[in-house]
Design a protein around this ligand. Structure first.
Ligand code: SF4
Length: 67
């Protein structure tokens, strides 16, 4: 199991995570990224890997994936 969070105080809204993994991350009206409802805790290994890939791609380290 992993928890996924986005720190909106750090996010610069470049949409990288939402473009890479729209199942997990979405852009909202404030122009910032959020974890899609229901994806704050994930069990599936492929989803966890995807969440981490996006975290690695985030230029400001705003995504936290903890196992
Ligand atoms: S990749 Fe990082 S900075 Fe870009 S939208 Fe996602 S959380 Fe925000």
């Amino acid at each position: 199991m992993a928890t996924v969070e986005v720190d909106q105080d750090l996010c610069v809204g470049d949409q990288i995570c939402a473009s890479m993994e729209p199942e997990i991350y979405e852009m909202r009206d404030d122009g910032l990224a959020y974890v899609v409802d229901g994806m704050e805790e994930i069990d599936d290994d492929d989803l966890i890997a995807a969440a981490k890939d996006a975290a690695d791609a985030c230029p400001v380290d705003a995504i936290i994936v903890e196992e």
